[in-house]
Design a protein around this ligand. Structure first.
Ligand code: NAD
Ligand code: IPM
Ligand code: MN
Length: 370
């Protein structure tokens, strides 16, 4: 069997701390489950900027394109707040998404039973929650041109971002959402702002047409994205799959994270289109959270989002469904045992750090394999 080529890009802040816990799981899988992962490592974000003045080097970009899957930690931090926009830490992540053509970002928000008390919302609102946000990731206002600060010559400047969507981009992301809905509760809610945005009018039209042409068995509803944010905190269990654009998806997924208890809980998979010949997709797995500068270096970060992102990698890139299920069950089991990092801590539970949480999940994962 050819080795499964993984590129690890731990990044900045808590990224490397969380990635270290995944590395332990991979080492165990190679040693005892004959999983045959081969690991490479690279720099992305502020650490890459410090090393070579760019948020990702060409050599690491080439490694990412050649890998079977990329595991990404987090980037950014106050140290790089004043560096030019095109070499900022975040630019490394945006380049990876764009050059790898990772148009589909899957952000599942699951409220583990043991954490129903940790949300800022009432238990009955989040208990049993299982929704999936499908965020368009390579288009919209993140990448539209022009994108610049223009000097107007009269002492004024103009900051310009451009929201652009073409038919094919909306078709392919809604196709992903409909396909995934069929494997779940069979419902898609599309969110845009067709009341004020032309891209929203087109989004709505194309999602409706795609649904009619190929997916009329799936229940489809449309919601204005601002109302969608409100509904997410009012009664999130009304949703199954939410499909939305790049910027709305960014914001709505941070909201969804808090339904599950913490940003430290939310994994994601960023996927490209399947290759016409091999069926393989380019893929990068990234927690939804950032580099958490406020807790970086203290050993307090929750590694669950990163570990659950690796579980998504096992599922989507390597079809290792049993192992993915087992790793997710290990996470749930450790939470059932009452172990908590600070971000999800509640009364009567046992507070532990990043390393202890990683160790506990690995021990559970191992035990479930016996
Ligand atoms: P953040 O996600 O880093 O942190 C927000 C809050 O959530 C902080 O209080 C943090 O301590 C907490 N938090 C986040 N992840 C946690 C975890 N795993 N365990 C425990 N607590 C956790 O967002 P921010 O503070 O707005 O951004 C900090 C930097 O990260 C910025 O430079 C931003 O651009 C960057 N960022 C990067 C990514 C990414 O790399 N994918 C995502 C979001 C933000
Ligand atoms: C995310 C992050 C990124 C985004 C940043 C760091 C570029 O917030 O993945 O949610 O805005 O997409
Ligand atoms: Mn975000």
């Amino acid at each position: 069997m050819a080795a499964k080529k993984l590129l690890l890009l731990p990044g900045d802040g808590i990224g490397p701390e969380a990635m270290a816990e995944v590395r332990k799981i991979i080492a165990y899988m190679n040693a005892e489950l004959e999983s045959d992962f081969s690991l490479e490592e690279g720099l992305v974000g502020g650490c890459a900027y410090d090393a070579h003045g760019k948020a990702i080097s060409e050599a690491d970009m080439a490694k990412a394109l050649a890998a079977d899957a990329v595991l990404f930690g987090a980037v950014g931090g106050p140290k790089w707040d004043t560096v030019p926009y095109d070499v900022r830490p975040e630019a490394g992540l945006l380049r990876l998404r764009k050059d790898m053509e990772l148009f589909a970002n899957l952000r599942p928000a699951i409220c583990y039973p043991a954490l129903a008390d940790s949300s800022s919302l009432k238990k009955e609102i989040v208990e049993g929650l299982d929704i999936l946000i499908v965020r368009e990731l390579t288009g919209g206002v993140y990448f539209g041109e022009p994108k610049e600060i223009r000097d107007l010559g009269n002492g004024q400047k103009r900051g310009i971002d451009t929201q652009v969507y073409d038919t094919y981009e909306i078709e392919r992301i809604s196709g992903v959402a409909f396909e995934l809905a069929r494997t779940r509760a069979n419902k898609v809610t599309s969110m845009e702002k067709r009341n004020v945005m032309m891209s929203g009018v087109l989004w709505n039209e194309v999602v409706t047409a795609t649904h009619k042409a190929k997916y009329s068995d799936v229940k489809l509803e449309h919601m204005l994205a601002d109302a969608g944010g409100m509904q997410l905190v009012r009664w999130p269990k009304q949703f199954d799959v939410i499909v939305t654009d790049n910027l709305f998806g960014d914001m709505l997924s941070d909201i969804a994270a808090m339904l599950t208890g913490s940003l430290g809980m939310l994994p994601s998979a960023s996927l490209g289109a399947p290759d016409a010949k091999t069926g393989k997709r380019k893929a990068l797995y990234e927690p939804v959270h950032g580099s958490a500068p406020d807790i970086a270096g203290t050993g307090a970060a929750n590694p669950i989002a990163m570990i659950a992102s690796f579980a998504m990698c096992l599922r989507y890139s390597f079809n290792m469904v049993a192992e993915a299920d087992r790793l997710e069950a290990a996470i749930a089991g450790v939470l059932d045992d009452g172990l908590r990092t600070g971000d999800i801590m509640s009364e009567g539970k046992t507070k532990i750090g990043t390393v202890e949480m990683g160790d506990a999940i690995l021990a559970k994962f191992r035990a479930l394999a016996m």
